[in-house]
Structure formats: structure tokens, C-alpha cells
Design a protein around this ligand. Structure first.
Ligand code: ASP
Length: 359
């Protein structure tokens, strides 16, 4: 019996050392969270100190909600929802309350969520009466055989699941209505009137080593013909896979769909982790370590978006606990916190270097 248990212990030790380096690293109990509240043209001179403080407080509030979940051993999925719900309820952001208007004067909401443990995912598009679309997306993931529901069907499912609804007045704000009117009166594009996008998202790593990502938005001002952006499209605006990373995107959705931004970043990082784990020589492994990954990967994918003519940004969390940003706009409402004591919120691009340092 003793011989058997010694043999099992020896096998277990062998198994641990046979794991790729990255898998051993991921076994450390640490957590991290990154959030965004949209990216776009943001000029510090055009923002009053009060408005800036309001955005920073809202971001910190969302970060705190997620930190409380993660620091207490909660799941990355719960942390993502804890961060996104208050941002959806805050009229400052283009998600839930405060969503932009469609050409026809409605607020049509999109959201998606993904669990990196098993790549289960849920998404909704074009819902108009669900108070927190991110919770509906999660209900699609857990309680339906589907991944993506639209419009009235999604709302019928929400009512069967007892999700909280809100009247149109809850979502509609004066500032967003004015943006639509300006757009129509002067034949401007959504980018001219929005300047900043305001979509919200969160990505998290929990102490069990699981990753999750979620994104919620009203889309783009003046959207027509049932237009769907990247936010509810799994692989474009949202992706999570424990083997690689968790990503939530914001920006000009058409380009993010074309590049498949979120899954492209995760695939490239997954490939890198495999390459690193099985690198034959220590020199090769060292060389790979020195490359600016995963920041370099995210920047390269965002560069592709830019080359096609699009703009925006992404937030990323890795299994190693890094929380990163990459954006090609002048600003992105963002924040991050880790179990190593990092806690920061930022808006403008001037602090991008500091904000994108790895912990
Ligand atoms: N990506 C969103 C969309 O295209 C907009 C945004 O991020 O602000 O619908």
C-alpha cells in the first residue's frame, strides 16, 4: 500500500514538472481585473475637472465591485458581471442606461459574455427593455441551448427567466438624443457626434485560474437596418479561453468584426504560450520571454484595425495575471487592479505606457 502511494506521489511530481512552464505559473493563486468604458477621441482640455472626476469615480466603483468578488475567492465570471452592471446603470456610458440612439430614435442594446473555463458563451443583440443586458447574455449562456439571441426572441427568453426590465425612459438620456439630432441635422457620421464610444467591458482572472470576458453597448449613434456591432459577436468584441487570455473590445465595430479582434489576440497568445512551453533551448525560451508579449500581440492586432481604417481599443487579462490595455485612439476610459496591489484608472493616452506595464 505504502509502495503504491509512493509511486502515485512520484507520478504526480513527475506530472507537475512535465507541465508546460506556463501551466505551472498559472497555478499561483492570484487574481486580476481590467475594465473599459469605451475608447475614442478624448481631449483633456475639453473635459471639465468635474466630468473627469465623475468618470474616474464610476470606473473605480466598477473596479471595486469586481475586486471584492475576486479577493474573496469569487469567480472571474461573477467579477465581470459585478463590474459591468454598475457601468450599464450609469448614464455616463453607452450601455444600458445612457445608450446611444438608433436612427429611428430607439435604444437597442447588445451584450456578450464568455467563460474561459469551457468557452461557454452567451450574447444578445437589439434588446430594448432589459435593464442589464450582460445578465441576459449570461442567462443565454447558462440557461439556453443557444449562444446568440436577438430582439423580441431574446426579450421573450428574458421574461421566461424573470430578468429585470425597464421602460424606454430608463435608457434614454438627453445628451444621447442630442447627438442623434446633431447627426441627422448636419448629416454627420456617428464618429463626428460621438467622439468617444462609451461601450463597457471587463476581463478577469480568478484565484482558481479561470478567465472571463464581457462587453455591453448601445452600439453607434444613428445605427440603422438592424445593424449589429462587434460587442455581442463572440470572437470580435469578446473572447475568453483559459489557455490563452480574456479580451473585451471597444471601437468601430465593423472593423473589429472584420479582424476578429478578440479571438485573434487570444489565438496568437495561445500559440506563443505553446511555443514558449516547448521551446527546446533555454536561449530560445529566454528570447521569447523578452518579447513584449502579450502587449505586443494586442498592439499588432490593433494596428491591423487601424490599417483597415478603424479605431478603438482592447483590455486583456492573461492566465499569468497581467492586465493590459491597447488602443489607437486618444483616450480610453479604463481601469485595472491585481492581487499584487495594482489599482489604477485612466482616461487619456498620455498615461498609456504606465497603464500598460505588466505587473
Ligand atoms: N464597438 C461598439 C459597436 O460598434 C461601439 C463601441 O465600442 O463604442 O457597436
Amino acid at each position: 500500500m505504502k509502495a503504491l502511494s509512493t509511486a502515485i506521489a512520484a507520478l504526480a511530481t513527475l506530472f507537475v514538472f512535465a507541465l508546460p512552464v506556463s501551466a505551472q505559473e498559472a497555478a499561483e493563486p492570484r487574481w486580476s481585473i481590467a475594465i473599459h468604458g469605451g475608447a475614442g477621441t478624448l481631449d483633456p482640455d475639453e473635459m471639465t475637472p468635474e466630468r473627469r472626476a465623475a468618470y474616474e469615480a464610476a470606473l473605480q466603483n466598477a473596479l471595486d465591485a469586481a475586486k471584492a468578488v475576486l479577493a474573496n475567492g469569487g469567480s472571474a465570471m461573477d467579477a465581470v458581471k459585478a463590474a459591468i452592471v454598475p457601468l450599464e446603470d450609469d448614464p455616463l456610458f453607452n450601455a444600458g442606461r445612457g445608450a446611444v440612439f438608433t436612427w429611428d430614435g430607439k435604444n437597442e442594446l447588445d451584450a456578450s459574455i464568455m467563460d474561459g473555463r469551457d468557452r461557454s458563451a452567451g450574447a444578445v443583440t437589439g434588446v430594448t427593455s432589459i435593464k442589464n443586458p450582460i445578465l441576459l447574455a449570461d442567462a443565454v449562456r447558462t440557461d439556453s441551448p443557444h449562444v446568440f439571441l436577438m430582439g423580441t426572441g431574446a426579450e421573450q427568453f428574458a421574461s421566461e427567466k424573470g430578468l429585470e426590465t425597464a421602460p424606454p425612459e430608463w435608457f434614454a438620456t438627453e445628451a444621447r438624443r442630442e447627438a442623434l439630432e446633431r447627426m441627422k441635422a448636419r448629416e454627420l457620421s456617428a464618429l463626428d457626434v460621438d467622439h468617444k464610444f462609451g461601450t463597457v467591458g471587463a476581463v478577469a482572472l480568478d484565484m482558481a485560474g479561470n478567465l472571463a470576458a464581457g462587453t455591453s453597448t448601445g452600439g453607434m449613434t444613428g445605427k440603422r437596418w438592424g445593424r449589429i456591432g462587434d460587442a455581442p459577436v463572440i470572437g470580435a468584441g469578446t473572447y475568453a479561453d483559459n489557455r490563452s487570455c480574456a479580451v473585451s473590445a471597444t471601437g468601430w465595430g465593423e472593423y473589429f468584426i472584420r479582424v476578429g479582434v478578440a479571438s485573434e489576440i487570444c489565438s496568437r497568445y495561445r500559440f506563443l504560450r505553446i511555443t514558449k512551453a516547448y521551446a527546446q533551448s533555454s536561449e530560445r525560451r529566454e528570447w521569447l520571454e523578452q518579447q513584449n508579449y502579450p502587449q505586443g500581440i494586442a498592439d499588432a492586432v490593433m494596428q491591423e484595425v487601424k490599417e483597415l481604417g478603424g479605431d478603438g481599443g482592447v483590455i486583456i487579462v492573461t492566465p499569468e495575471g497581467q492586465a493590459l490595455f491597447s488602443f489607437n485612439t486618444t483616450g480610453m476610459y479604463r481601469g485595472r487592479a491585481t492581487s499584487d496591489g495594482v489599482n489604477e484608472v485612466a482616461i487619456f493616452a498620455d498615461v498609456i505606457e504606465q497603464a500598460s506595464e505588466t505587473p
